[in-house]
Design a protein around this ligand. Sequence first.
Ligand code: HEC
Length: 404
Amino acid sequence: MKKWRRICIGATLAAFCGFLFSPHRGYTHEPITTNVRFNKEIIRIFERNCLGCHAPGQIKADIPLGTYPEARPWAKAIKEEILEKRMPPYQAVKGYGHFQRDYGLTQREIDLIVSWVEGGAPKGDDKDLPNRDSSDDSWMLGKPDLVLQPQDETKVGAEMDETRCFPLPSGLKEDRWVSGIEFRPGDGTVVHDATVIVVPSDKAATACKPGTGESAAERLAYWAPGTEPVKFPAGVARALPAGSTLALRISYRGAGEDTNDRSRVALFFSKENPTRQLHGVTVNAPAVTVPAAIEDFRVKASYVLAAPAAAVGVRPLLYPLAASVEVSAHRPDGTIEVLAWVKHRRWPWEPAFLMKNPVPLPKGTRLEITAYINNSADNPGNPHDPPKAVRLNGALCDLYFAAE
Ligand code: HEC
């Protein structure tokens, strides 16, 4: 309801501003006082951080930002969204942990966008536009070893809001080591997120049974719009036993008209046997009740390493009440390192943050997860209006390790 209202206001605004700022008016009422240009700096920032969602064919196709005429009417809203840290919708706080891809804008990128908006949002020269080869449909990680997809297309109704699961038999005769996974939605306007689960051959018949894929040990990958394909660090891979089936679980959100989806999963295998096997651990929240209307309620849980391991990634969960989740490593020598602090999530997307370099941790290290819960009406993700006391006991965070 809220969402639709916003979209309607947005659309009306876009139409109205589109008129106001239409090229015929020449934007003369706003003096240009900046050197930052859309076609030069801004489009490059948007490509990396926004167009995975805000482009035709993607989940926020109704607010496209990929060209100057599309983005210009939204300039003021863009400034507000990024200063309030509401966009992009999932972000790691800068300065904590180093990731392959730390979703979120750097301070310099924020400064550039703000200067652009405040300086009259000029277009710049078309010759500065980045080269985009839109015809290139190849996989980002190269040539896959195996591509799996559901047998048939799925009809996605205009108003659909549900999760579907598709069993995808791998057909593998031998054990394999997965070093990368890439997901490609069939119709990106309706695929809200997707999870790939490994199901051993003896459970293949019930691969999509509810309850499967509840732990990080079973989940192979999670995709959200705008995320990059999963690539494990060199020498690290995840076992995919012969005969296993992948369960592909997709959350669909109808985009206002009926459409069809047939998404694909590409797997990349490591050529050699990896030296280090990747494994996932799900740490659950303690069973506690969060009082209604409380703004800062902390929930902690920890996991102690029984053997040395390297932290490869973290995936904070516990949406929608968690305003932020922090993961820190407490080494036996007393040193503490914050591995990640993930904040500012606006819609229930829960991507993993993979480390740039695995962080070696000795045996006995305690991984501590702190969720900062905001159960007040100020939390836009709060499903209860007015807020209600909520009993927590679900998954708090997935941790990914490579054996040392
Ligand atoms: C993962 C997908 C995703 C990414 C990446 C993303 N957005 Fe959004 N954006 C959304 C969604 C979903 C909404 C609607 C939010 C809602 O209704 O609560 C939205 C809404 C907006 C709005 C309209 C806000 C309003 O309601 O007035 C603006 C402006 C915006 N985004 C700008 C950006 C910019 C700029 C970036 C990149 C820095 C970005 N977004 C990145 C998904 C995304």
